[in-house]
Design a protein around this ligand. Structure first.
Ligand SMILES: Nc1ncnc2c1ncn2[C@@H]1O[C@H](COP(=O)(O)OP(=O)(O)OP(=O)(O)O)[C@@H](O)[C@H]1O
Length: 264
């Protein structure tokens, strides 16, 4: 298959019987899940339920040990290197570890969001003569870090670093955002603002979007159900590696959340 567009309503993610095992431990089992373009899906569940593992499967950093994971119509297993690079440009991931280079200035970490779009020569040259500083500055402004452009990344707080990773994602402007607890270190007001940014409708520019413009799809793991209900359109709840809740966010009752987090 040559892949699908991110046009509104198109199928972006398709898991069929997907599972992931670590040794004898089954972190995810028999997941069937379809996500369409424009959905904002919150993944909830207790610690160890499998949220990060699911997001790693969607972002392509981990392969399933059972079943299949398709993103934009392509089975992530067995892609050629070129197809994988092409697909990775459309997927923006933020992991819990953030994957920032600590010793360089913030602007270089943000610019790293564009590496997939640049040639190696251009990327290397950018380390000496940073390119597109206006784009970087704009992304940093949007996460309230405009002042940090020339700061060394290692000097920033945990929450500031988390926002640098979000700015890197904003310059990449991917169609699918896969974000693993992207607001865990942020105060409630900042957390709400960042989730609003991640869920911005268009993968390019909301003001210039048309029916054929790819819409952004968001899959985000959270530990705050209130944020999920406020900023997402759908809630998927995991328990011991299985999907036990899958509903429109507006229909998720407190009792369902209570059941999800109840310790067994
Ligand atoms: N690389 C790994 N090797 C072995 N076991 C792993 C590995 N990654 C995850 N696991 C196990 O898989 C299960 C699911 O882990 P995962 O990190 O996906 O949970 P989570 O819901 O994201 O938890 P948290 O909310 O604490 O981040 C856990 O039992 C975890 O110990």
């Amino acid at each position: 298959m040559s892949g699908t567009s991110g046009a509104p309503g198109a199928r972006v993610v398709q898991l069929r019987g997907a599972g992931r095992r670590f040794g004898s431990h089954e972190a995810l089992r028999e997941l069937d899940l379809t996500i369409h373009a424009g959905e904002r899906v919150a993944v909830l569940g207790t610690s160890g339920a499998g949220k990060s593992t699911l997001l790693a499967l969607l972002g392509g950093s981990l392969e399933p040990t059972a079943g299949t994971v398709e993103v934009f119509g392509e089975d992530l297993a067995g892609l050629t290197a070129a197809r994988r690079r092409h697909l990775q440009r459309r997927i923006g991931s933020v992991s819990q570890h953030l994957a920032l280079i600590e010793q360089v200035r913030v602007l270089h970490n943000v610019n790293a969001g564009r590496l997939g779009q640049w040639s190696t020569a251009r990327a290397l040259a950018s380390l000496i003569w940073p390119r597109s500083l206006d784009v970087v500055r704009d992304a940093l402004d949007r996460v309230d870090l405009g002042w940090a452009l020339h700061e060394r990344t290692e000097r920033l707080s945990g929450g500031e670093r988390q926002r640098v990773a979000i700015a890197r994602l904003l310059v990449q402007s991917p169609e699918l955002v896969v974000a693993d607890e992207p607001v865990s270190s942020l105060d409630p007001v900042r957390a709400a603002g960042i989730l609003g940014l991640l869920g911005t409708t268009s993968a390019t520019n909301a003001s210039s979007s048309t029916a054929s413009t790819p819409v952004r799809t968001l899959v985000v793991s959270l530990h705050q159900p209130a944020l999920a209900r406020e900023h997402c359109t759908r809630v998927v709840g995991l328990r011991e590696g299985r999907i036990v809740l899958d509903r429109p966010a507006a229909e998720v009752q407190d009792s369902a959340l209570h059941d999800l987090y109840e310790l067994v």
